[in-house]
Every structure is written in C-alpha cells, then in structure tokens.
Design a protein around this ligand. Structure first.
Ligand code: AMP
Length: 450
C-alpha cells in the first residue's frame, strides 16, 4: 500500500514528500478509514509505529480552514515531552496547510499560555492538568471540539490521570469523535473504554503470536505470592546463570511489595521502576540495570515498554499476564540480537486461564517445570489471594428492627435552612443592588456595564 491509496490531498502529499515518507506504516494504513469515518476508535500501537500520523493524516485531511478561535481538535498526552514531540510532528505534516497548532503543559507560566490560546487555535495538544486549568479559567472554550485524541492511554491511567480525564469528558461536547491509542492493553484501559465509550472500533497491528525461536520458555505452577517469592529467591541465588534479570509484575503495588520482600536479600543488586517513582529515580534504575550495576530490575508492563536493554539473560513473569499480547511484549525483552534468551512464568491456580490464553495465541505449550523441592511452599496469603467472605448468616449483622434509622433529634434551627446556593446569592445581590459577597465579580461587572 502507498499513501496514494489513502486519497490524501496535495498539501499532505507535499509534506510527506518533504519528509521522505512513501509507505504508510501498518497502523497508519489500518486506522485511516476508521478515523475518517468518524467512529470511535482504540488503536493498540507502541511509540515508533507511526501512530501520531495514524490519527493526524485523516484529521488533517478533513479539517476545513476556519477563522474561528476555539479549537476543534484536542489531543491529550501524558507528558510535556510528548506535547512537544506531537506538536512538532503536526507542524511537519501541516507545512503546506494554514492551521494553528498549540501545545500546553503544566510547570510553565499559565498566563503566557492563556495569551497564546486567545490568539485562536485549531489543534490543541495538552497534558490533562493544564488543559483543565485553562478550561476553568474560561480563556479556553472547548465547545467546538469535534475530535478528542487520547494518546498513551495506558500511561495516562498508570500516572493516575483517570479523574482528570473524566473531568475533561464532562466539559467536552457530547457529540464528538473519540480516538484513543494505547501501547499495552491493561485492565484500567479496558475499564475506561467500557465506562465511557460506545463500542469503539479496535485497530491493532496484530501482535505476532510466534515468539522468537531463540527464546527458551518455561513455566512453573506456584500456589501463591509468598511461594513465588521463595522460588524467585531460589532462582536468583544462582548469580552466574541469572546475570541480568527483568522481573515483570502487572501493577505498581505488586512491584513495591515484591521489591520490599527481595530487598533484604538482594539489596545492592535490585532496582524497581513504575509510574509512582520519579522520572530521575526511574532513569537511574534503568541506567544501573543497563550498565550491570544492578542485576535485577522489577518493572510493570506499562513502564517497561520503552526499555531498550540488551543482554537480558532472563525475563521472569512473576505473574501471568491477563492479556497474551503483554506476555509477547515481556518475553521479547530477552533474546535480542539473536542471542539466546530465557523466559520463566509463574502461575497460580487463578492464573491458569490466562496461561491457556497465552499458549493459545502462540499455538504451543510452554514446558512446565517441577518446583524444586528445596523451595519452601508458603501457606500465607496476601490480601488479593484471600477468599472473599460472603457471609449469609452473619451473626454480627444487625437485625432488621435495629438497623440505624434517621437521627431522632430535631435539627437545630440554623441547620434547617435550605441551601439556596448560587441563585439565592444573585437574588439577594439584586435586591440590595450591591454585591453581598466579595467574590461576586460578575455582579460588579454587570452593573458597571449598565
Ligand atoms: P510515532 O510512533 O508517531 O512516535 O512515530 C515514530 C517515527 O516514525 C516518527 O519520527 C515519524 O516521523 C516517523 N514516521 C511516521 N510515519 C512514517 C512513515 N509512513 N514512514 C516512515 N517514517 C514514519
């Protein structure tokens, strides 16, 4: 397929020619018609696959010239670095198009950004916090937004932006197209999609279910977290074989928990990365792992995505990924550059189904190893592993006659007043001609104008 097949327009073709791009990447080829159709879409694609142009090509093709001031396209990204990068990409692609692109992010002077917003924008690229602040200040009007792109949804949610995103959904026009991109599928991403979007079309470059032949995969059945810790400790004690080990866990609480357990034994050889750690801490951890100062790195799926480290001797799946694609991404961290790599997966009873999913995707069975007898089997369970107790005849439960009812005392007179809220304030203000509250600036303005 060539760009000609996408029926773009001359300004876009000229820009692509200047960039020297002739063939759309797979995600660009697949996303083009879906984005053009106006349907909601979720694209599963990693950085480096050309995902920015995957949404920008159809958006720019269909964006008409306008002199209106309010932005029509909003692109939300998790970090300021990405704001800068996306703005840069859009500018390259818009070289021969007359449009206004602006990037805004936190940690810089908001007033300068307000002035820039007031100049008029077509496409706004923003981090969620700063976008919300600008919208609240009313300098930025979002009523004309027709397309919302959320890039790196997995990272957004991992960084704790869920509430901010929901707040933003609330102030956007309901009739809009939602376009999302995520590198990994996680439960958080799945939940956000099912809570807020109407069956968006999924576009993904099929993850190859064929693992590299030079990766030797094995697995263990392990009853619970503490036994997994014992098995991992046993394996890691063989420092010669396990000389650069990437340990994957699904979420950050588990990463911290495992780090705590291993820290006593492997203190000087151990580091961890997840999104609650500062950028500096993460960069330092990765560097120490890369240069061999640390032998063991614990990481979550989302954070390990961008890792480019050679010579990883073992990938250990401390848990079994629920999404088989994540397993493929994880094991692909070893066996790079044709070297021999090894991956080991730990699965509890509850994780057997996920393991079956992985084996089905690869169309192969992963050899099951016997737990070494010296590894102590623990019976202690962590919170998530304990059975949820559903007591039907709970003896502590109140009988229906003594269920707490409403308070029996009368409310004090001052508490009985109705809360009349904002409109009451305005009524009083009108009646007395003067603002009754210091903050009623609108009233002052209105009266000045009269
Ligand atoms: P992204 O995944 O959007 O971060 O893009 C990764 C890099 O690939 C960027 O530097 C793009 O400029 C470049 N790129 C995007 N589309 C193409 C293409 N069709 N052919 C070659 N390079 C591309």
């Amino acid at each position: 397929m060539s760009f000609e097949d996408l029926n773009l327009n001359t300004p876009l073709y000229n820009a692509l020619e200047d960039l020297g791009f002739t063939i759309p990447t797979p995600i660009q080829a697949q996303a083009f018609n879906v984005v053009s159709s106006g349907k909601d879409m979720v694209g599963i694609a990693q950085t480096g696959t050309g995902k920015t142009f995957a949404y920008m090509l159809p958006i720019l093709k269909n964006l008409k010239y306008s002199t209106q001031e309010n932005p029509r396209v909003l692109i939300l990204v998790p970090t300021r670095e990405l704001v800068v990068q996306v703005v840069d990409e859009i500018e390259k692609l818009s070289k021969y198009i007359n449009n206004r692109v602006l990037g805004v992010y936190g940690g810089t002077n908001i007033n300068t950004q307000k002035q820039a917003v007031a100049q008029g924008i077509d496409i706004l690229v923003a981090t969620p916090g700063r976008l919300y602040d600008l919208a609240l200040s009313r300098v930025l009007q979002l009523k004309s937004i027709q397309k919302l792109v959320i890039d790196e949804v997995d990272v957004m949610l991992d960084l704790g932006f869920r509430h901010q995103l929901i707040n933003i959904f609330d102030i956007l026009p309901e009739r809009r197209q939602n376009i999302m991109f995520s590198a990994t599928m996680t439960q958080d991403v799945d939940m956000l999609i099912s809570d807020f979007f109407k069956s968006p079309e999924r576009v993904s470059i099929a993850v190859s279910g064929t693992p590299l032949e030079n990766i030797l995969q094995t697995r263990y059945n392990v009853p619970n977290f503490y036994t997994k810790v014992n098995l991992l400790t046993y394996l890691l004690n063989d420092t010669e074989t396990f000389n650069r080990v990437l340990v994957f866990v699904a979420y950050k609480r588990m990463a911290d928990r495992l780090f705590e357990k291993l820290d006593d034994i492997f203190h000087d050889e151990l580091c961890v990365i997840h999104s609650n750690k500062t950028q500096n801490y993460r960069l330092r951890s990765i560097e120490q792992f890369r240069n061999g100062e640390n032998r063991i790195l614990i990481a979550t799926d989302v954070m390990a995505r961008g890792l480019d480290i050679d010579n990883v001797s073992h990938v250990i799946n401390f848990d079994t990924p629920l999404y088989p694609e994540n397993y493929m991404h994880r094991i692909g961290r070893t066996g790079r550059a044709e070297r021999e790599g090894k991956s080991i997966a730990f699965s509890t009873e509850a994780e057997q189904e996920a393991m079956e999913g992985i084996e089905a995707l690869m169309n192969m069975k992963i050899p099951l190893l016997e737990m070494p007898t010296v590894v102590e089997v623990s019976t202690e369970l962590i919170e998530e592993e304990r059975p949820q107790i559903k007591e039907r005849n709970n003896p502590i439960k109140r009988k229906s006659e003594d269920v707490a009812g409403s308070a029996f005392h009368e409310k004090k007179a001052k508490n009985q007043k109705e809360n009349l809220g904002g409109s009451y304030k305005f009524k009083i203000a009108k009646k007395y001609k003067k603002p009754k509250t210091r903050g009623d600036k609108n009233y002052n303005k209105r009266n000045k104008r009269k």
